[in-house]
Design a protein around this ligand. Sequence first.
Ligand code: PEP
Ligand code: MG
Length: 611
Amino acid sequence: MNTTDSDRPPGRKARSRLQLPAGISASPGVAIGPAYVVDRRRLRVPRNPIGAEGVDEEVARFRAGLRTTQEQLEEIKSRLPHGEHRQILNAQQLMLCDPDLAANVEGQIRDEQINAEWALAQAADEIRATLAKADAQHFRERGSDITFLAECVLRNLLGEPDDSILPPVGSIIVAHELSPADTAELARRQVTGVVTEVGGQTSHSAIIARSMEMPAVVGVEGIIEHADTGDTIIVDAIHGVVILRPRPSELERWNEVRGRYEKFEDLVQKEHGLPASTRCGSHVTIRANVALREEVASARFHGAEGIGLYRTEFLFMERDTPPTEEEHYRFAKSVLRSAAPYPVTFRTFDLGSDKPTKIMQFAEREANPAMGLRSLRLALREREMFLAQLRGLFRAAVHGPLKIMLPLVSGLSELRLAKEVVEEARTQLEEAGMAHAQDVPLGIMVEMPSTVLVLDVLVKHADFMSIGTNDLIQYTLAVDRENDDIGYLYRPLHPAIVRQIKRIADVGRAANVPVSLCGEMAADPRYTWVLVGLGITELSMHPSAVPIIKNIIRSSELSEMEDLAAEVLSAEDEDDAERAVLRVMRQRFPEHLDHGGGQKLTVEREDDRTR
Ligand code: PEP
Ligand code: MG
């Protein structure tokens, strides 16, 4: 596996071992192999005045560039099997058809009498800048799609040759960033791993790498600078670590780690289609959280029993006007079709704060957006936008088991207002004679302490409840969920959180109203016993976490989970609670924790420091 000088590009010397600062594990696993470095320099974009007489021709040239790019994407798609990869390319094609993009570029060509390449580069910069301002990582990452699409069109306009990458079988791709088209192409070339300098958990490349089960670490700054094609590279996509030119002893050790990982994966994957029932027969429903239609296939693949949280916010992104009823209808119908026969819980739009959109310019004026006009509050103010979504969902519900979930419900008066709008949507459909379902379950998210405190009242008015721990922790502990500076205070096992989860589970059980938990806690194997032991019977998580969590549940007795939950409930502070959980879970599920653990808990970091 060690590289020789003949593998190395001329003029570059062998360099010594290097471990790069940890990146983000976008798709878990361990890969070892020769690096294939993709070093794409940015295209040089010329700025040429064209004069008034050149405008029409330039617009036509731009449109031809768009058409050629569409055809190229279509061609790549035709070489791929049906499924997720194709759907991602479909999404890219849709982005390319966005009338706003064309209007923006053509407007600049006309107004500034400037060439198409320059106008396109400007428009792409503007869109990227808007996306970069988004607090939510998911939306920020859509900026890379814009970069790739703009580069494809620019290449066509400039007449530059195709720059597809052709790595040898078994390579590990090292790149600044990969496009979905690149990543899909990699599947055919049997690449074994991917490392990129940018990108995050929800970038398309990460999603595709996950669906191809290819280990990927993203966000490794400066790797292109340090790696040469042919260098041996270890990708530990469990902990987000990348080692270049490892020592022979390291190589040996990591080969063993990889062997163990693969054996474990096989075991867990083999059972992912089986129900998540404890050894004593208690069933826990495991569903998936998704934000993109193409993730529904991944949810199925990983064994999720439907979608427990469909974040519909992405539908509202990159547009100036909200989606129409018809769009909501067609979108929800197609999601139901992909998820059938399992149910899909659509959360009505949770826009604002960490999920901004161009539609809500006013949000920029808010001093405190997490407590501002967001989520259900926004829906109640923007009634037409809310009604359109509700009508679309009620119509789609004719085609499959659909549930509607309201985010950030603070108490009964707000729920009543929301229900009035729900009724109005139904009446409008009846009056218009449109086919729609009559008995769509309507549930609430429990994500604020106020909601928990009045839950005994609210439960009488909800068909189901889902605990949004991401926000519940934020609002209970007054810790901004996106602010790393105070991340040390964001403690899911804080007694205030654990007690609330218990209360919610108890209230739901007593009223016979199903309770699920769909915050990030659900995906973290360290918390599985505590959550089930507290009485949670449904967990919803990102698709790739499903097999591991199912495996933990299948290997456990309910009584041992309840014992741990009781110990955690009696802990006086979060440190003790974390210690109790780690003591048990590390001992019982060391590999599961390695594979699926999120960021280290505070007590783990302290242990590391004192070691
Ligand atoms: C939550 O708050 O836990 C949740 C699932 O919703 P979101 O992360 O989309 O706010
Ligand atoms: Mg939330």
